[in-house]
Design a binder for this molecule. Structure first.
Ligand SMILES: O=c1ccn([C@H]2C[C@H](O)[C@@H](CO)O2)c(=O)[nH]1
Ligand SMILES: [Zn+2]
Length: 138
């Protein structure tokens, strides 16, 4: 887990796609809009935003929507996952998303960005969720 010294153009490109999705977030309860972009092995990009519900626990996070879109469209592996939050510090995925990332994006590079892409953390599934629950390795 490290802050990037320089945020290169490729990262800016994918974070911009995540930011476009972030604008579509449906977050009337938290007013906390998040966007994500998952890059599949095919190099196709799947974006997501958080979608909330009056029954709060039915809300879904941006990164899970992006990952579920990718898998449901036939991607078998995710190369990279970009997540952009609304604040001045990089977004920190919730515990549920960390488990889903561990399942579906285990070998991905993961980028966590603040709202204007000036602070970007590079990390991976095992740093986000040490000793994650795993049935694959049995
Ligand atoms: O990494 C995160 C963290 C939070 N949220 C959403 C969930 C909820 O809709 C709102 C406030 O927690 O932000 C995400 O989509 N991704
Ligand atoms: Zn989450």
């Amino acid at each position: 887990m490290r802050y990037l010294d320089k945020v290169d153009d490729t990262i800016i490109y994918f974070l911009t796609l995540a930011q476009e999705a972030q604008k579509k977030a449906y977050a009337p309860y938290s007013c906390f809009k998040v966007g994500a972009a998952a890059v599949g092995n095919s190099s196709k990009v799947y974006t997501g935003c958080n979608v909330e519900n009056a029954s709060y626990s039915l809300s879904m996070c941006a990164e899970r929507i992006a990952l579920f879109k990718a898998i449901s469209e036939g991607e078998s592996e995710i190369k990279a996952l970009y997540i952009i939050g609304p604040e001045n510090e990089p977004i920190s995925p919730c515990g549920a998303c960390r488990q889903v990332i561990f399942e579906l994006a285990r070998n991905s590079t993961i980028y966590l960005s603040n709202c204007n892409m000036t602070k970007v953390i590079e990390t991976n599934s095992k740093e986000l969720l040490p000793y994650g629950f795993d049935l694959k390795g049995r």
